[in-house]
Write a protein that binds this ligand. Structure first.
Ligand SMILES: *Cc1c(COP(=O)(O)O)cnc(C)c1O
Length: 233
């Protein structure tokens, strides 16, 4: 049954070979785009996966991971990351202002800043904790009502306000294209907004479309199932 491949651990060497396959495809997509592969950070999205599977991916050499929930990350990562001082943890999912304290304590990069209230909460916690996670603003490129993110036409004002009202430096933008549309126009739109705001980082592309994202300038690709296998829902 298919369910067997969803269980807690890989077969021997499977983590390393899946990771190597993704790295190779990133290198090839970078080459085709005329970009250095070193300019693209692979964020291995480990949400829903347990410690044993994650440890195998760490053992295969991966040092940058992403989670989409603050509480899940708080349960899993403090112990997991302890032996690896260089390990980076990214928050790729939504952030509520009442989780700002935990988020600032746990994460090195936050991809999902999208509201003034959260900007204020993050600024306060960053000052209190003396930690400065790098920040990306999530843009709702498809203007989907149910989706998080700042609307494209409000991106400039929001980024400016983060800096002027909250003293937050924004490193880049993130998007999740609508699932039922070709992603390329969304990646192009995100790149265009980042270009006019002079923001260097572009977090875009997941398992199904990271090569397309690299073709449009992605500097961070967020890849889960291509590395870890299918998630149980
Ligand atoms: C789960 C998730 C990913 C990874 O998705 P895959 O399709 O498994 O690669 C990337 N970005 C965000 C925001 C996610 O929640």
């Amino acid at each position: 049954m298919a369910a067997q491949s969803i269980s807690g651990s890989f077969g021997a060497g499977e983590a390393a070979s899946r990771l190597a396959a993704v790295q190779e495809r990133i290198a090839k997509a970078a080459e085709e785009a005329g970009r250095p592969a070193g300019g693209i950070t692979l964020v291995a999205v480990s949400k829903t996966f347990g410690a044993s599977k994650i440890e195998q991916v760490i053992a295969a050499g991966q040092r940058v991971f992403g989670e989409n929930r603050v509480q899940e990350a708080a349960r899993k990562w403090p112990v997991l990351r302890k032996p690896y001082p260089s390990l980076e943890l990214h928050l790729v999912g939504p952030l509520q202002s009442n989780k700002a304290k935990d988020a600032v304590a746990l994460f090195d990069v936050i991809h999902s800043l999208d509201r003034d209230k959260i900007a204020g909460a993050l600024a306060k916690e960053m000052a209190a904790q003396g930690r400065r996670p790098r920040l990306l603003v999530q843009i709702n490129t498809g203007a989907e009502p149910q989706k998080a993110g700042v609307l494209p036409e409000q991106a400039d004002d929001f980024v400016k306000r983060c800096s002027e009202a909250h003293g937050l430096e924004i490193d880049g933008l993130m998007c999740i294209p609508p699932i039922d549309e070709p992603p390329a126009p969304h990646f192009a739109l995100l790149a265009k907004i980042a270009g006019r705001l002079d923001l260097p980082e572009l977090s875009m592309g997941m398992s199904a479309d990271y090569e397309i994202a690299i073709g449009h300038g992605a500097t961070m690709v967020r890849v889960g199932s291509a590395i870890f296998g299918e998630r149980e829902t």
